[in-house]
Write a protein that binds this ligand. Structure first.
Ligand code: DLL
Length: 433
């Protein structure tokens, strides 16, 4: 089993802390020197870069958030002149306005290194052929994975997102061993392949690098079984870098965080106080080497837990669990908190239900209603309405147990729900319309 950067991925606790403090100070000086909005926030708090002596001082620093990118839109977060920026990307903007991020030559190098790291951890080698079915464009997914895989020396097929016919032909003709996509697109590909009588398990695919959206173990199991591959989870966000922040190794037991480039904290989203290891909370990231857009204590809005327990792979960095949900995707249904991830987990426990669903929230009079539209498998689908009603009740009772609130289930025919090419949209909340 190869480790891409043996030295940096196996630093001892003390070595890591020393490196992080030194790099943190450099980040703060960069932010300070560039007179970004974060400098004013530090000044208001009576802080300056030289006041940070150790890692324990991090908790004193103010947070930053997506809103800062929006306030400074488009380029207000740049800490270097535009002339030093080689590339601009943007976040997908699914939850609000776009945010723009920039990369210097140094940032692009680090980015490729970090993606090479996570791909190596998943098991990619120079002899692999990787089909990248993530969009190339403002989204960081396509280009991010592209340069990282090239850095390893793998052969890259830049298929980009969508165009399922083309994806399947390329898989058939070029025999990629690695697939890179969102989990929902991987599900869509297997379904499309099945419809055309193609068995993806019969080809050369052996590994999948997935990420960019929440998914569950249930979905991982389906993808692994349908494609005959090992599927890893990979996390990142544009404001901080893009893919490359954290990724799973072959043991699939949490995502290794590139701690020599980011300081990760988990905080209580309500109080902002750091939480202990293993406690679920909001992930906060500080960049340590980003030049164009350094961020300090950036509130990702993603809920996770962190552990420092050693992984069997030998890497010593901390790991984060799969993303449990977002701080802002919690739905309050008649006073009960419901996360979309809970719905997904509950659905996938029911035999005969497909991993294609939509959560529709509405209000009738004063009462919130929660509907879950979900497709049933071909094998279960029937024209007999009585049978279908009965199955609906079964799914409803599963959801009731898992969520503690009643959900109305609307069964859909196989393939009735829209398929996504990139990130899936799982919730429609009509209460604000
Ligand atoms: O999605 C970067 C990326 C590309 C990561 C390709 C992995 C693979 P954004 O478009 O800025 O960047 O979206 C970032 O997506 O805050 C999470 O809410 C969500 N997200 C990203 N990776 C995961 C994951 C890219 N593995 C936002 N699991 C983040 C769950 C994820 N959610």
């Amino acid at each position: 089993m190869r480790i891409w950067d043996e030295r940096m991925e196996t630093l001892s606790g003390e070595e890591l802390e020393e490196l992080q403090v030194e790099r943190l100070r450099r980040t703060l000086e960069r932010v300070w020197g560039a007179r970004t909005a974060y400098r004013s926030r530090m000044e208001e708090a009576g802080l300056s870069p030289d006041r940070v002596a150790g890692i324990q001082d991090l908790a004193e620093l103010p947070f930053s958030e997506k809103q800062d990118f929006r306030d400074g839109y488009p380029l207000g977060m740049l800490a270097v002149p535009l002339g030093e920026v080689l590339r601009l990307h943007a976040s997908s903007g699914t939850t609000g306005t776009r945010t723009i991020v920039g990369y210097t030559a140094g940032d692009l190098q680090v980015w490729a290194e970090l993606v090479a790291r996570l791909a190596t951890a998943a098991g990619v080698t120079p002899s692999d052929v990787a089909q990248i079915a993530l969009s190339y464009g403002l989204f960081t997914g396509g280009f991010g994975l592209h340069y990282g895989l090239e850095r390893i020396g793998a052969t890259v097929i830049p298929a980009s997102g969508g165009n399922t016919e083309l994806q399947l032909s390329l898989i058939g003709e070029l025999g990629p061993t690695v697939l890179v996509s969102t989990p929902t697109y991987a599900l869509h590909l297997t379904e499309a392949a099945r419809d055309r009588g193609i068995d993806l398990r019969a080809g050369g695919l052996r590994l999948g690098l997935f990420g960019a959206e929440p998914w569950s173990e249930g979905i991982r199991e389906r993808i692994e079984a349908d494609m005959g591959i090992l599927a890893t989870d990979n996390y990142g966000l544009s404001e901080v870098l893009g893919p490359g922040v954290a990724g799973e190794c072959e043991f699939k037991d949490g995502m290794h965080i590139a701690e020599d480039h980011f300081i990760a904290e988990v905080i209580d989203p309500a109080t902002g106080k750091p939480l202990g290891e293993g406690k679920p909370g909001e992930l906060v990231l500080t960049t340590l080497t980003r030049e164009a857009v350094p961020v300090v204590r950036f509130r990702t809005g993603d809920l996770t837990t962190m552990t420092r327990e050693r992984c069997r792979c030998g890497r010593k960095n901390a790991r984060m669990s799969r993303v449990l949900g977002r701080v802002d995707d919690m739905l309050i249904i008649r006073g009960v908190n419901v996360y979309p991830s809970q719905v997904e987990r509950a659905l996938l426990q029911v035999e005969g239900v497909e991993p294609h669903y939509l959560i529709v929230v509405d209000r009738r009079g004063e009462l919130d209603t929660l509907e879950v539209w979900v497709e049933v498998s071909e094998s279960v689908f029937s024209d007999d309405t009585r049978l279908m009603k009965e199955f609906e009740r079964t799914v409803e009772s599963h959801l009731k147990t898992a969520l503690n609130v009643r959900a109305i289930v609307r069964l859909k025919e196989p393939k009735a729900l829209e398929r996504s090419v990139g990130k899936a949209r799982r919730v429609v909340d009509r209460r604000d319309i």
